[in-house]
Structures are given as structure tokens and as C-alpha cells.
Design a protein around this ligand. Structure first.
Ligand code: SIN
Length: 486
């Protein structure tokens, strides 16, 4: 499939190591999930390239961290400007390899760039502390220093933003990085590496290798030169990476799976709740870890909510190729992803859920699954227990606030939760009772660069974005000075 870009130099198909584009004997085919057409073949890196990338990042570390924060900030700002100037081309690449519709791809590029802009600014605000000393002959000072070389492993659902959300704070803090983007969507990562190169980010500061996850993951986790690993992906893989990092006791940040409840109380503004749910559920066709996974609706408004939601979906969502006018939802990432959603639907139906809409793979192609609504779902069905990662709405009935909290918290994960109510007392009670890292209150879109993104329980640890997002890339050093008294 030919991609028509203004700047064809953004299509890169080799590994980016030490400021150079490195080829390899083996390759990975990158395909468009709409029709499986071949977009490009990308050099497949292995252990050798991964080690080369680590060594390059290690070599580049000292000079990069020695730069004044203001200089690092200004280089990051140049990168941000170049990303935004190439927004349209980057969006086309993203839609082609990932499938999301062009409007969402453009939004992702701006979202990803916002982390670069934010951390360019935050680079200048890495403050230390002076602390009152325990005796008059001492002084106590804390400084913050970069952790060192950081490994970043990123997923296919946000091939641009998940990478910038890791690289930007790492570079702002003075770290250097080795990134392994998902093999399904490497072109977005390589394109922003090209823009980083043009922005003057010195060689070795950013390195990108695409290849077998186990092979590269093993080199990254075992290397003593890598001092931190940051990962966005499944809880299962996150746990195994943390275990592998334990042999070198690396710092880790894990942004893992979710199972977001979306709770609608009888006093909610129903129109706002439906529009919040549409945004939260169908963003990226349901393939985000903060997408609504279970919709809890109070029994008093359950039927009305179900009717209104089902007609809103029928009237507004159009499934199709992401680059076509009028399409609102693209394909899922793979045939396997569709089969998983279908299994969750069919098993939940067999356990007593009722089909209100959709529920059968689409004829558009093997990666397309239509928006689907199940009612009478209970919290023990796969539709409520598993992270769906697809356009499935599961409606659960509840009768009291206590019951809603119990159902919402009855899961091992705790990334995002949402609720709709106009009762101020309930806003506080719910906000405090929900065991989640992010809570949307009368709001379905909660992600932005200024807020701390991250979960609790098996959704992981660490925060990305916001003033807290730099902490994960910094170490605190305490210096105790003695002999001050005469
Ligand atoms: C994710 O799905 O991992 C991230 C979603 C977001 O940043 O909103």
C-alpha cells in the first residue's frame, strides 16, 4: 500500500542506533489491519542491535545529562515543533499501520506532542531541597539526578503518544533511551525518531529497535547499564518484565491493564453520561486501557439509558477504513483481537447476558468487529471480568451506591473509573471510595499531559505526565555536609 505523504523522508524502515539508520538481514512486515496489505518491511533487530543500542545510550548519557536543563528544554521544544509541523503525515502513517480513523490519529499526534512540550517546560523545574540539619555543624541538601539509561517498551494502540510520554520525561530529566515499539506499529516510532534527529537530539540519546519482544526484552532487562524500564502493555507481560528486572534491581514504571467501570446514578445528566460513555468506550474502537469496560446503571434509569445508548450508537457510529470520510471506527489491530472480543460476547451470552446490538464479526474484513451492546451482564461474566479491548458495551444493573462501589472495586486492576451524578456529597464519597488511579467525574475523557496518568493494584505503578511524571526518571541524592561550626 502506497502512503502519500508530503515528506516521504518520514518513512524509515531501519533501526535507529547512535544517530544512524542500521539495516538487518531479517525484516518484519508491517501491514494495514483494514485489509492486511503490506505497508513496509522494517529491519528486525535482535540481541546484537539491542546491545549496540544500550551501549550507544550509555555513551551518550554523560554529555546529555551535563547539558544545562535550558538547553535540553530548547532541543525538546524543537522536536515538539517538528512533530506538530508533520502532524498530517504522522497521522497518515499511524492510521495506515494501526487502523484508527484519521481524526483520532491527528488527535494522537497532538496528544503525543503535548508530552514533549510539557516536559520541555518541566525540564527547567527539577528542584532539589535544603533540609534543616539535626545539628548545627551540619547542612543537608538534596539534589535530583537522572536515573541513567532507560528502556521504553511501548504498545500498538498509541504508537506515537505512548512513546513520547516516556521519551520526553526521560530526556528532560537527563536520561538517554533505548525504545522497543510494538512490531505491529513501528513506523510511527521511527518517523518521530527521524524528527528527533532533525531537531538536533544528539546521537545515542534516542535509540529505537524493532524486533522480537522476548529477545530484545531479555537484553534490556538483564543489562546492568539499563537503570530503568518503563512499559505500557498487558498486566501479564508487565509482571514478567518486573520479575526480569529484579536481577539488576532496576527502577520500573508499569502502565498496565484496566477494567474501567462507568457508573451512572439516577440523578445524572443522562445526555452528558451517554456522550461521555461514547467517548470513553469507542475511542480507538475500545482499544485503550482507560476505555470503559463495564457500564453500571442504576435500576431506576436502566431501561431508558439502554434505549438511548443503543440508538445513539446506531445513529452515530460508522465502521470502516480509517482514512475514509464519515467513518468513526476503524478495525481492531488483528484477527486474533476480533476473535477475543467475539469469544467474550458469546460466553457472556451463554451465561445469561442479552444481545441488544451487534455481536457478530463484521463482513468488512477479519479485523472488524461492530459496536456491540450486551444487557443484563453480571460482574462474574467475561464481559465484566476481562479487559475487552474492543467496541463492546456491557450493561450491569445496580440498586445502591454501596453496591455500585462493591461491583466497581471487585477486580484485581485499578486504572481508570468514571461516574456521573449531580450530587456533591456523592461526588466526594465515590471519588474517595473507588480503588483506581484516575477517576472521571461527569467526564469521559481524562487523558492529558498535565495530569498524572497511572494505576494502582495490578494496573501497575508510576505516573506519566504532569509534574509527577519526571520523578520516575530521577534519583534523589542527599548530601550531608559536616564541619560547618568553627
Ligand atoms: C493506553 O491505552 O495505554 C493509554 C491511553 C491514554 O493515554 O489515554
Amino acid at each position: 500500500m502506497a502512503l502519500h505523504l508530503n515528506d516521504s523522508g518520514l518513512i524509515k524502515t531501519r533501526a535507529y542506533i547512535n544517530g544512524e539508520w542500521i539495516s538487518s538481514r531479517n525484516s518484519i512486515s508491517v501491514r494495514n489491519p483494514c485489509d492486511s496489505s503490506l505497508i513496509a518491511r522494517v529491519a528486525k533487530a535482535g540481541c546484537f542491535e539491542a546491545q549496540h543500542a544500550i551501549d550507544s545510550a550509555y555513551q551518550a548519557l554523560q554529555p546529555w545529562q551535563a547539558k544545562a536543563a535550558k538547553e535540553r528544554a530548547s532541543i525538546l521544544r524543537k522536536w515538539f515543533n517538528l512533530i506538530m509541523e508533520s502532524q498530517e503525515d504522522l497521522a497518515k502513517i499511524l492510521t495506515a499501520e494501526q487502523g484508527k480513523v484519521l481524526a483520532e490519529a491527528r488527535a494522537e499526534i497532538a496528544y503525543g506532542a503535548s508530552y514533549v512540550e510539557w516536559f520541555a517546560e518541566e525540564a527547567k523545574r527539577i528542584y532539589g531541597d535544603t533540609i534543616p540539619a539535626p545539628s548545627s555543624d551540619k547542612r543537608v541538601v538534596c539534589i535530583k539526578q537522572p536515573v541513567g539509561v532507560v528502556a521504553c517498551i511501548t504498545p500498538w494502540n498509541f504508537p506515537n503518544a505512548m512513546l513520547t510520554r516516556k521519551i520526553a520525561p526521560a530526556l528532560a530529566a537527563g536520561c538517554t533511551v533505548v525504545c522497543k515499539p510494538a512490531s505491529e506499529t513501528p513506523l510511527s516510532a521511527l518517523a518521530i525518531a527521524e524528527l528527533a534527529h532533525r531537531a538536533g537530539i544528539p546521537k545515542g540519546v534516542i535509540n529505537i529497535v524493532v524486533g522480537n519482544a522476548h529477545e530484545i526484552g531479555r537484553v534490556l532487562t538483564k543489562s546492568p547499564l539499563v537503570r530503568k524500564l518503563t512499559f505500557t502493555g498487558s498486566t501479564e507481560v508487565g509482571k514478567s518484565l518486573v520479575a526480569d528486572c529484579s536481577t539488576t534491581l532496576k527502577k520500573t514504571s508499569m502502565e498496565l491493564g484496566g477494567n474501567a467501570p462507568f457508573i451512572v446514578f439516577p440523578d445524572a445528566d443522562l445526555k452528558a453520561a451517554i456522550s461521555g460513555l461514547m467517548a470513553s468506550k469507542f475511542r480507538n474502537s475500545g482499544q485503550t486501557c482507560v476505555c470503559t469496560n463495564r457500564v453500571l446503571v442504576h435500576e431506576k434509569i436502566y431501561e431508558e439509558f439502554k434505549q438511548k445508548l443503543t440508538s445513539t450508537i446506531k445513529e452515530n457510529l460508522v465502521l470502516g477504513h480509517g482514512d475514509r470520510e464519515g467513518v468513526t471506527n476503524g478495525p481492531l489491530i488483528s484477527q486474533t483481537a476480533c476473535e477475543t472480543v467475539d469469544r467474550i460476547v458469546q460466553v457472556s451470552l451463554a451465561k445469561g447476558a442479552k444481545l441488544e446490538l451487534g455481536g457478530k464479526p463484521s463482513r468488512l474484513g477479519v479485523c472488524f468487529y461492530p459496536p456491540t451492546v450486551l444487557s443484563d451482564v453480571t460482574n462474574d461474566m467475561p464481559a465484566a471480568r476481562e479487559e475487552v479491548f474492543g467496541p463492546l458495551v456491557s450493561l450491569i444493573r445496580f440498586t445502591s451506591e454501596e453496591q455500585a462501589i462493591a461491583i466497581a472495586n471487585d477486580t484485581d486492576v485499578g486504572l481508570a473509573a468514571y461516574f456521573y451524578t449531580r450530587d456533591i456529597g456523592r461526588v466526594w464519597r465515590m471519588g474517595e471510595a473507588l480503588e483506581y488511579g484516575i477517576v472521571g467525574i461527569n467526564e469521559g475523557i481524562i487523558s492529558n499531559e498535565m495530569a498524572p496518568f497511572g494505576g494502582i493494584k495490578e494496573s501497575g505503578h508510576g505516573r506519566e505526565g504532569s509534574k509527577y511524571g519526571l520523578d520516575d526518571y530521577l534519583e534523589i541524592k542527599y548530601m550531608c555536609m559536616g564541619g560547618i561550626d568553627d
